[in-house]
Design a protein. Structure first.
Length: 162
């Protein structure tokens, strides 16, 4: 039993490590604004699948790590990820029972909300300009969610993460 729990923790940690790596890989020029929010997608999956293991505190820690890796203002992404994940976690039973395309739309909207919240957090600290093209990343997250959901579910079932 203890070996199974430890193996599950390693799988979750590994998925977050891959998401952080994908999140911080540089993209060329204008395509950087269209980058999917891998960390949000993976965190939302684990919050929906295992809310007793991955929660708002996990989102805060991941956001702080994201801030550290990007070299941005410490705490902005952590706080904003916590707010978005709190909304997801608060309604996880409803979201879990939605169709996959409805979940995708909701995740896309939450991705745009995260981008706007990060902008407002950065705007309070320093002078930044909002680029409306970043809203397209929400559409990309919406398109990626069904594949990410199915991939992560397959990983969870293969490794018997509970």
């Amino acid at each position: 039993m203890a070996n199974s729990v430890l193996k599950g923790k390693f799988v979750i940690f590994g998925s977050f490590l891959v998401a952080l790596t994908l999140q911080t890989i540089p993209w060329p020029g204008v395509l950087d604004l269209l980058r999917p929010s891998w960390l949000l997608l993976v965190t939302c999956y684990w919050v929906l699948a295992l809310p007793h293991r991955v929660n708002v505190g996990t989102a805060m820690i991941l956001g702080l790590l994201w801030d550290l890796l990007l070299g941005s203002t410490l705490g902005i992404r952590g706080m904003m990820m916590s707010i978005v994940v709190y909304i997801i976690a608060l309604n996880f039973l409803v979201i879990r029972n939605m169709a996959l395309w409805q979940q995708a739309i909701l995740i896309g909207v939450m991705s745009v909300v995260l981008d706007v919240l990060i902008f407002f957090g950065e705007y309070l600290v320093q002078d930044v300009m909002f680029n409306p093209v970043t809203a397209w990343s929400g559409l990309i997250n919406c398109i990626l969610w069904p594949w990410m959901f199915l991939l992560m579910r397959r990983v969870r079932r293969h490794w018997h993460v509970r």
